[in-house]
Design a protein around this ligand. Structure first.
Ligand code: TK8
Length: 333
């Protein structure tokens, strides 16, 4: 019995190796850039993706996962992809809005309530439709990863009510929806690339920022930020993108391998991110951060201010996409 299984296993391995050889793979190096540190959910998933691709191509395609924004900030890498100087990256959809305006859909405050809604919306027809707007701009979107629900940190005082936002100099992503949202809350919103954020916090050029727990932890923002307010004000996706110039030169087999590895990495990344997020708050408290939850009444007041941004997002992304999104969400709720 055991021998039979061993034989079957060996046979399966041979067939798999043969299948890899029979496919059309060329020796290639893929520079895959990202903004966070190596030891982050982004870094772990990038390395997972790299391994999957190497395995599936029998080592022909080598993916170099390069973090810390060493290849540039999100927007710089996007330009490198468009020009064909870099093959691949992962970053926030929010930094793509200047190139693909419909990406602003994901910046809508309180659009998505939980991860079940996030997965269904992003992996469904709405997510596909938004992703497809990248192609005419010179990039191909593969899959969405989870950045996560964003929360507020600052170094001035705990934010317990709406008025506490007044005068906080808050770094936001380079994106008008984020700028408008935090202006509406009364903060002094300053757009900055993520790669400059730690230094800006450290030198007190800004007082605060907003990001998921995972990033506050991996980027060590707890070293330079005292207060964390649980706001969950928006669900932020990351998106894996490749240079269209490069993609169009790949064989069909290569494109298929990349797409399949991307889908596997999506499952890995979301699980890993959610597991880390579930215990991150306790870790951050232990590192000395003072954490507060908003009272229901104050959360409602902030929500009311932020939903005022919805009409402008709807106009920006188009009423048709906005309506499709609302319809999909209704079905999910
Ligand atoms: C990483 C960024 C980051 C984002 C931000 O490059 O800029 O605050 O949340 O994840 O894309």
């Amino acid at each position: 019995m055991r021998i039979k299984f061993a034989l079957a296993g060996a046979l399966a391995a041979l067939v798999a190796a043969g299948a890899v050889q029979a496919q059309d793979f060329k020796p290639r190096i893929v520079r895959f850039g990202y903004g966070l540190v190596d030891d982050s959910n982004q870094g772990r998933a990038a390395r997972f993706f790299a391994k999957e691709v190497e395995k599936a191509t029998g080592g022909k395609m080598k993916v170099r996962a390069i973090g810390n924004a060493s290849l540039g900030s999100d927007t710089q890498m996007q330009q490198a992809l468009i020009g064909g100087a870099q093959e691949m990256m992962v970053g926030s959809t929010a930094t793509l809005v200047g190139i693909a305006p419909q990406m602003a859909l994901w910046d809508t405050p309180f659009l998505i309530n939980n991860t079940k809604e996030a997965d269904a919306l992003l992996d469904g027809p709405v997510g596909e439709r938004v992703k497809a707007t990248l192609e005419p701009k010179g990039m191909v979107g593969l899959v969405y990863w989870e950045n996560g629900f964003r929360n507020l940190t600052n170094n001035k005082h705990p934010v317990a009510k709406l008025e506490d936002m007044n005068g906080i100099k808050l770094r936001v992503m380079q994106n008008n929806v984020f700028l408008d949202s935090f202006k509406a809350l009364g903060a002094n919103a300053v757009p900055l690339p993520f790669s400059e954020l730690f230094t800006a916090l450290e030198t007190k050029a800004v007082d605060g920022q907003e990001n998921p727990y995972n990033t506050v932890l991996s980027s060590k923002f707890y070293e330079v930020q005292k207060y964390l307010t649980v706001t969950n004000h928006v669900y932020s996706p990351w998106i894996l993108t490749v240079s269209k110039k490069w993609w169009d030169g790949l064989t069909k087999d290569e494109q298929k391998v990349l797409m399949e590895a991307a889908k596997k990495s999506r499952e890995f990344e979301r699980q890993d991110t959610r597991a880390e997020a579930a215990k991150a708050l306790a870790d951050l408290k232990q590192k000395g951060m003072v954490v507060n939850e908003l009272s229901a009444a104050e959360a409602d007041r902030m929500r009311a201010k932020l939903t005022s941004v919805h009409a402008s997002v709807a106009n920006g992304v188009g009423q048709d996409l906005w309506k499709q999104t609302q319809d999909e969400l209704k079905k999910l709720r």
